[in-house]
Design a protein around this ligand. Structure first.
Ligand code: SF4
Length: 398
């Protein structure tokens, strides 16, 4: 009989094999040039060796690409002119195309990025209300398999995974939009100061690409964003959660949204595979979690669905003893959604119970609602129609 660890490894392998069915296309331009963005350092060095260059050139290029944010080889002044020309013949330093940029009344900015194959995903910059900093909410997939009932993205079938170039590219293109280059280092304040992997898609169903992208973002000689400033949000893909903690060490957020399996089975259907007790057990063993680095539980407040005082008390019981905080998210309606947001009074009562038990329970203020940029509202409308015509329905990833 297999051990639990072997079962987890088997399950992980199964998830990774399924994820590979949705691999992104090769990051090359129509004229055959390779995008250097998204390559690991080793892959970048290999590309250079393949054109007869010394591997140490990779360090120089890395600096220009990720520290300076430069996309034009001819402006990379520490690289000799002949090499600049050869690089430009074979490679590009790409960005996703910003097909649409909308800025909300509250200064939240939503980007609709179009990738080389025409697929699209959304990215949102949410500035802090007080300080000059903010979070970039990044997508990991085009569409999503998980169909969480309160989520607009969940009504769009999974089209494909995003590749490392497309994941890092969202952040870099958002930085372009605010002119935040070269990359601020050390404690220098950053306007785009945190990354939250909470956009379209389930990042743990695209782990390999997400991990490569985050390693690039964290590299000290480039963008240099600390792992403490990156939060990966999952609906609870249990077999992958330990791996994230061990390999990336980023902050973990879990979309909990319900405290009873019957309800969570319905509103977060992944729960049928990985029920609440298993998700919470994975949280309890998440490496690096501490009072300084708490696990965030996201809890969307749906009127008369999950917002009773009894449910608040059950939530406290479930997470007791864990270094945790609870983000209460008033439901953000979208066209066709069947839920209504909890009233402020109900949210307040719920929050009070959680706080009285010693947990932080901030109520997330909806941001960018006027441009459908708030939590759970992302969806690429135009793409769904084209994708639906081109692709057979995918098998569930879960
Ligand atoms: S909440 Fe996240 S995992 Fe669930 S359907 Fe929406 S994008 Fe997918």
């Amino acid at each position: 009989m297999s051990s639990p660890a072997a079962l987890t490894a088997d399950e992980r392998a199964r998830i990774e094999a399924k994820s590979a069915l949705f691999d992104p296309p090769e990051p090359t331009t129509p004229d055959g040039r390779r995008d250097l963005v998204g390559l690991s350092r080793a892959q970048l060095a290999a590309e250079l060796v393949a054109i007869g260059e010394k591997p140490f050139r990779a360090k120089q290029l890395w600096h220009w690409i990720y520290h300076q944010g430069e996309t034009d080889f001819s402006a990379m002044s520490s690289i000799a002119r002949p090499l600049q020309g050869r690089l430009a013949e074979r490679f590009v330093v790409g960005r996703p195309e910003a097909a649409m940029v909308q800025t909300s009344q509250d200064q939240t900015r939503k980007f609709l990025f179009r990738f080389r194959d025409g697929q699209e995903a959304e990215t949102v910059y949410i500035p802090d209300r007080v300080e000059d900093r903010g979070a970039v909410c990044i997508s990991s997939q085009v569409g999503c398999t998980l169909s969480c009932r309160f989520c607009h993205t969940g009504t769009q079938q999974l089209v494909r995974n995003l590749g490392p170039a497309e994941i890092v590219g969202q952040f870099m293109a958002a930085r372009d939009s605010y002119g935040e280059w070269p990359s601020p280092h050390g404690e220098t304040p950053r306007l785009l100061s945190t990354i939250v992997l909470m956009g379209m898609g389930e990042p743990l169903y695209n782990y390999a690409n997400v991990a490569q992208a985050m390693r690039i973002v964290m590299d000290h000689e480039g963008i240099g964003l600390s792992r403490r400033r990156i939060t990966l949000s999952t609906s609870g893909v249990v077999p992958m959660m330990d791996q994230v903690g061990a390999e990336l060490g980023v902050n973990l957020a879990v979309s909990l949204h319900a405290v009873r399996d019957e309800l969570r089975d319905e509103i977060v259907p992944l729960n049928r595979k990985y029920p609440i007790a298993e998700v919470l057990a994975a949280c309890r063993r998440y490496p690096g979690a501490s009072n300084a680095r708490r696990i965030t539980f996201e809890y969307i407040m749906l009127q008369d669905v999950n917002d009773s005082e009894a449910e608040a008390r059950e939530l406290v019981r479930l997470i007791s003893g864990m270094p945790a905080k609870v983000n209460l998210i008033p439901f953000n309606p979208w066209p066709g959604s069947r839920f209504t947001p909890s009233t402020p009074a109900r949210i307040e009562r719920f929050a009070r119970i959680v706080m009285d038990a010693g947990f932080a329970a901030p109520v997330r203020q909806p941001r960018g609602q006027d441009i459908l940029a708030a939590c759970g509202q992302l969806r690429t409308e135009g793409q769904r129609v084209r994708a639906g015509a081109a692709l057979a329905p995918p098998p569930p990833a879960g």
